[in-house]
Design a protein around this ligand. Structure first.
Ligand SMILES: [Zn+2]
Length: 138
């Protein structure tokens, strides 16, 4: 006896026993293998079933993880927007102002090129780059 994982066109998978792989081929050719869910004969062997399912799970997990990370970034974005001042393209200029003129101590956010960011960091100015996730993007 040989057990095959079969996958149907309706995307359901099920197990079926055959006396041999030849029996499977014969039954398949005669369209005698039916899906236990929808009765379709468009059923095929899912040879890689265990790997496939673990792969699917992984992708699923990754998507969930990605969503969670996105959620976190949206939260961070909301927090920043609430508590800091948007200086837009003036970010490198304003960041230097804050760093060198200690009187101002408020949080700012804005845009900076990677070069700007590198220069700021070289000058010892604390900047953090975060992905700016669109709130509607999840
Ligand atoms: Zn089916």
């Amino acid at each position: 006896m040989i057990k095959y994982n079969l996958v149907c066109e309706c995307e359901k998978t099920f197990e079926s026993w055959f006396s041999s792989s030849d029996e499977y081929d014969v039954l398949k050719r005669k369209k005698l293998i039916n899906c236990i869910y929808c009765d379709s004969t468009s059923v095929k062997k899912s040879v890689m079933a265990p790997n496939l399912s673990s792969k699917t799970n992984k992708t699923f997990k990754n998507t969930r993880l990605e969503k969670n990370i996105k959620k976190q970034f949206v939260k961070i974005r909301r927090y920043i927007e609430k508590n800091c001042t948007d200086v837009g393209d003036n970010f490198p200029y304003e960041a230097r102002n804050i760093h060198y003129d200690k009187r101002i101590s408020k949080g700012i956010y804005g845009k900076a090129t990677p070069e700007d960011t590198a220069e700021l960091l070289e000058e010892g100015i604390e900047v953090t780059t975060i992905p700016w996730i669109n709130k509607s993007d999840n």
